[in-house]
Design a protein around this ligand. Structure first.
Ligand SMILES: [Zn+2]
Length: 123
């Protein structure tokens, strides 16, 4: 048996007929492959690792139920700087269960007194 090891990443819609097809990833090369099981389609395809096609496939894949292994994430081409300078890393030693913050409902703003009819002198 000379089967090449492949990981089943999940299912995506067949690019040809739209039926769900299993996408597998070669452990040797990282190439993604699929083979449509629809009798009227039977399309096959592959996408080399780290290509736009592979990223598109990964984005469309629905992981199989019960899978604990998430598909590997491709590096984003344009990372957005989100962390503020100075708050780079937080030590994740403690995990405290905090109750969810309950924001009080926004107090209704009192209606602004409408000024009608010009000035009213009160003395
Ligand atoms: Zn198909």
């Amino acid at each position: 048996m000379a089967t090449r090891p492949k990981d089943n990443l999940g299912k995506m819609a067949c690019p040809c007929c739209g039926e769900p097809v299993s996408v597998k990833k070669s452990r040797e090369t990282g190439t993604l492959t699929y083979a449509c099981q629809d009798a009227d389609c039977e399309a096959t395809g592959y996408a080399s690792a780290h290509t736009a096609a592979a990223r598109r496939w990964l984005a469309n894949i629905t992981p199989p139920k019960g899978a604990t292994q998430a598909p590997p994430k491709e590096p984003e081409p344009a990372p957005k700087p989100q962390a503020a300078p100075g708050a780079a890393k937080k030590p994740a030693t403690k995990v405290e269960a905090k109750p969810p913050k309950q924001t009080p409902p926004a107090a209704p703003t009192p209606p602004a007194p409408e000024k009608k009819g010009g000035f009213q002198w009160k003395f």
